[in-house]
Ligand binder design. Sequence first.
Ligand SMILES: CC(C)(COP(=O)(O)OP(=O)(O)OC[C@H]1O[C@@H](n2cnc3c(N)ncnc32)[C@H](O)[C@@H]1OP(=O)(O)O)[C@@H](O)C(=O)NCCC(=O)NCCS
Length: 305
Amino acid sequence: MSIRLRSEVVGDEDAIDVVNCTAFERMEEANLVRMLRAHYPGFDRRYSVTAWEGDDIVGHTLLSPVTIRLMGENVAALMVGPVAVAPGYQRRGIGGGLLRFGHEMGQRDGFALAFLYGHPEYYPRHGYRACFGLGKVTIDKDGLPEPKRKFTRMPVCPADLPWLVERYAAEWADVDFATLWGPSLGEWTMPCLNAVMWWTEDGCRAAYTVDKPGKERCRMLLADDPELARDVIATIRPGTLSHHPSGWLVRHALDVDWAAAEAERSEAAMACELESGALDECLRAVESGERLPGFALGSLPFLAI
Ligand SMILES: CC(C)(COP(=O)(O)OP(=O)(O)OC[C@H]1O[C@@H](n2cnc3c(N)ncnc32)[C@H](O)[C@@H]1OP(=O)(O)O)[C@@H](O)C(=O)NCCC(=O)NCCS
């Protein structure tokens, strides 16, 4: 029987869960798709691509429309993942077909590129090449000073959104592949994550932080005052920060005595041009050492995994 590819329609949700769950042999990817569908404002059903043999779902992939920074510009891109083919149907070209379906739609809609973290042996055959990586700051907790102030943690509220959007854009302005978030509360307050605003006792908004309860890593810290940012870090005392050496936080607020920032290219961090030449300038700049490899900081749903 032949394989049919089509976009998700209402009612496909449970079948999509099943194919993700059986392909990955766990629930994380199925939950991720559900979370993106429910909470990610950019979610577009057309880019949730399904493969069918008769009435059976045999494959699925999701491409999430995002705006990324590339060489200091805003670029329309598709963040790809997960990609899942049911175990009995693998190696029949279905994974490649799902990607092609998404890429062709993306080309028609004017997206410049698609990107993902995935198997370095599999995706290059579908046009992907390694071109960004990972960024990380390691904190020497013993070297951290004592915080000078006390803070109150408050939930994120709609009045914080303009500040968050502005600070986020400033933080990632010069980091290639960083995704930009919009003014929607859902993007800033995801289930399973601890996303809070930090206020000083005299009513000053000091920072926004995101971490996963119980973890040593602080996934995001946005601030506009370097001194307050340092004080919030001294209060949280994280082991690592998911930030990039070219971002605002590292350049303006961190201290070399207790913070070391790095960026490195990863073979698993790949992108595929949907618009010819979209990656040329960035690849040339990274290869010649003019720019550090970028860092695809997914929107919050991706961080929840
Ligand atoms: C990875 C996956 C989506 C590929 O789908 P598929 O329909 O089997 O892939 P295609 O038929 O288009 O391509 C098959 C080719 O890819 C290769 N391939 C499949 N999975 C691979 C992997 N994990 N690493 C390297 N190569 C892989 C196969 O060896 C095959 O090559 P061959 O025909 O030369 O032997 C599917 O195997 C799957 O769902 N795996 C479990 C979930 C997963 O790991 N998803 C990807 C996360 S990055």
